[in-house]
Each structure stands twice: as C-alpha cells, then as structure tokens.
Ligand binder design. Structure first.
Ligand SMILES: Cc1ncc(COP(=O)(O)O)c(C=O)c1O
Length: 407
C-alpha cells in the first residue's frame, strides 16, 4: 500500500541556496527578452557575449562532430587531443608552460572558477576579490561557504597591494584576479602584477587568474598573465581561460583551467562527480577554434577595438561623466558621481544610484544596461559594446541626452 503523507513537508531551502543572489546581468537580459517579445524595441547593451557568429571552421567542425557520433561522454577532464592542444595554446597565448595533464577542459570558464574554488576553499575561509568585479565571483565563493573579502580598486580600476594586505590581515586562501576586467575594461600593468604576485607568494595565497578576455585588448595594450609576472606564481596559481568570448562561442560552453598537477587532478575529480565531462561536440569545435580560428578572432577583436573608441569618445563628450578608458574586454563602466541626487524630468525619478539610472534609461529611452551595484560600485553602471556600431551610436545619443536633461 502506498504511504500517504498526512502533512506536506514544509518547503525549506538550504541556507546556501536561500542566500544566493541571482545574476543581475542575466536578470536584466531576461527583462530585455521579455520586452522584446512584447514587441518593444530595445537598444540592448547588457550582453556579456559577442554579437558575432563563431568562426565558420568551428561551426562546420561542430556539425561534423555530430555526424561522427561525438556527442558522447568524454574523459572527465576533456579529450586528450583538446587538453594537449590547449596546453600548447596557453603557452602561445600567455607564455605559461603546462603539460596536458595539468589542463582541465571545463563546461565554460565559469565552472572552471567554481571548481577551482571548491578545490581550494574550506568553509569560513576568505577569498579576496578586488571590486568592481564580475558579479558571479562573490556568489561562487559563498556557494563554497567561503567568505568573500572585497577590496575596492582605485579610480583607474587597479587594486593596490596595501589594500590587499590590509584585507588579508585575518588570513586569506585565495585572491581572484580578472584582467582584462569585467566590468571596467582595466588591463593590469605588468609592474602592478609583479608586486601583487610577490605579495601573494609571500603570503602563500593562491591566485586564481581569470583571463577569459585575454585576447581582447585594444590600441596596443598588452595582456600579461598575472601568473607570469612574478616568478614562481605559476606553482601557486590557477589559470582560467576559454573560447567563449574571443571566438564568440558562448553557448558552446568550453573553458580551460590550468594548474599544478595535484590541483588540476582535484578539479578533474570534482568535475567527474558534478558534470561527468564537458560536451563532446563542443570539444571538437573548440579544438578547431584554437587551431584555426585565429584570423576570425583577430577580425572580431578589431571590431571591438573600433567600438571601444566610439564608446570612449561618446562618453568623454558628456560633461561630468567619469569613465576609465576600457583597454580590454567589451565593457565600459561609467560613474555617475556628478549626477546623483538629480531628477529626471520625464519620469520624475531621482537618480540616487547607477541602478536608478539604468531603470530610467530602460523606461524612458529603451536602452538596456546593467546597474553597478551587482559589480560592487552602486554609483556606476555597465554598458557592453558587444553591439553593432549603429546600435551603439543611437544608444549613446539617448544616454547623453538623458544625462544632460537631469535637473
Ligand atoms: C570575467 C568573466 N569570467 C568568466 C566568464 C564566463 O565565461 P564562460 O562563458 O566561458 O563560462 C565571464 C562571462 O561573462 C566573465 O565576464
């Protein structure tokens, strides 16, 4: 006889789920999609993904991979071919030597970072995060029951070693670095990285280096891997990269993690229990991307470079708006310090934060951006230039007019 419960169990979530903040960026993307489905035309500057298609060789190899039956589980850490090719690619891209068994192919860089944290952080341990930062880091650390320690960067978007030191007084197990940075576009200079690296080595703090935007730098700015800037840091570092942004393969979900062997093995073991393996078809396509996608990648980078110039020129022309020049990635992160407390005549709303301005811009101008509080700076907002030049021109025209109309 089936057992019929006499009362419904009270629905209770674990603390880690109940406390989780959903991604503000994805929430905004969802709102934009909803408005668009209702027929509202939105100039969308929320996207964290390129508006290009992947290189044709990538698409073709994906189709072939399906036909050849590659849609099966692979080894947990990725196919031997892709791990070997990724090791060579990492050496060529950033000059860091890894053997294939020190590389783990992951379902996106995002999971590479989460799994690195799972492997390194015990409950209650601190992870230092310079802010503004990508909104997912804090929640990823919390999901591991670690404690995020936020360190504000200067107006240039760089953290100072003294601030990192002050924040780590009570101990820290890891420092999360992201250069080129989402959301500021800051690309850390080598001299700063050398200082940070020497400090991390002395303090025996792991450096988790998220370099997903490594290939996207502009106007001669050179990306330097933090793990390369200080001798010995490779042994105390986790390198994170992938194909999502630079090869326009966001939905294919392939990232790479490289680390000293014991850590790489631990991450592969975690991955074997959490996801079994990355997508087999996407692994074939990612192999083509890193082997043959270079020319297409450069074409897309040049496009982003033109857009970066366009965005910087338009933002600079708005009196009172502060914005560090993005040297990499595809975002600008203007600060509204000089506009706070003013009121928008069209909507009657007073702008007290970047989040307020984002709401006004969406409501009154149909321009979608993301508020800065999710990135750790409530006075700012993020706009993505992964959009066509026409869209950017018009969106920036409306944005400038809105700011100038505030009273
Ligand atoms: C800084 C940063 N790291 C990692 C990722 C995630 O990359 P992937 O799509 O490969 O998981 C993103 C995506 O927005 C990002 O901005």
């Amino acid at each position: 006889m089936p057992i019929v419960p006499t009362h419904a169990p009270s629905l209770r979530l674990a603390r880690r789920a109940a406390a989780l903040q959903p991604s503000a960026t994805l929430a905004m993307v969802g709102r934009v999609r909803k408005l668009q489905a209702q027929g509202v035309e939105i100039l969308n500057l929320t996207a964290g993904e390129p508006d290009f298609t992947p290189p044709p060789v990538v698409e073709e190899s994906g189709i072939q991979a399906i036909r050849q039956g590659k849609g099966r589980y692979t080894a947990a850490a990725g196919t031997p071919e892709l791990r070997a090719a990724a090791a060579q690619w990492i050496q060529a891209e950033v000059g860091l030597p890894y053997s294939p068994d020190e590389v783990v192919v992951t379902p996106g860089a995002k999971l590479a970072i989460s799994q690195a944290l799972l492997a390194l952080v015990d409950p209650g341990e601190r992870v230092v995060i310079p802010i503004p930062s990508w909104n997912s880091y804090v929640e990823m650390v919390r999901l591991c029951e670690g404690e995020p320690v936020l360190v504000p960067c200067g107006p240039d978007g760089y953290p100072q070693v003294e601030a990192l030191e002050a924040a780590s007084q009570d101990g820290a197990v890891a420092l999360l670095l992201n250069t080129p940075c989402n959301p500021t576009g800051a690309v850390y200079p080598e001299s700063l990285l050398r200082e940070i690296g020497a400090w991390a080595l002395e303090r025996e703090i792991w450096v988790i280096s998220d370099e997903i935007y490594a290939a996207l730098t502009y106007d001669g700015t050179r990306h330097v891997s933090p793990l390369r800037a200080a001798p010995g840091l490779r042994e105390q570092g986790v390198w994170i990269g992938g194909v999502s942004k630079a090869y326009s393969m966001t939905g294919w979900r392939i990232g790479f993690l490289a680390a000293p062997r014991p850590l790489a093995t631990a991450v592969a073991d975690i991955q074997s229990q959490l996801v079994s393996s990355p997508n087999g078809i996407s692994q074939v396509a990612a192999l083509e991307a890193i082997r043959q996608g270079g020319a297409d990648r450069e074409r897309m980078r040049q496009s982003f470079e033109r857009r970066a110039r366009l965005v910087v020129a338009a933002l600079k022309a708005i009196p009172g708006l502060e914005c560090p020049v993005p040297r990499g990635a595809f975002y600008a992160f203007p600060r509204l310090r000089n506009f706070l407390g003013k009121t928008d005549p069209a909507t009657g709303r007073t702008i007290r934060s970047g989040d307020d301005f984002v709401e006004v811009l969406l409501e009154a101008d149909r321009v979608a951006t993301v508020g800065g509080s999710a990135f750790g700076d409530p006075q700012a907002f993020r706009l993505s230039f992964a959009a066509s030049e026409d869209t950017l021109h018009e969106a920036l025209r409306r944005l400038a007019a809105r700011l100038q109309a505030l009273r």
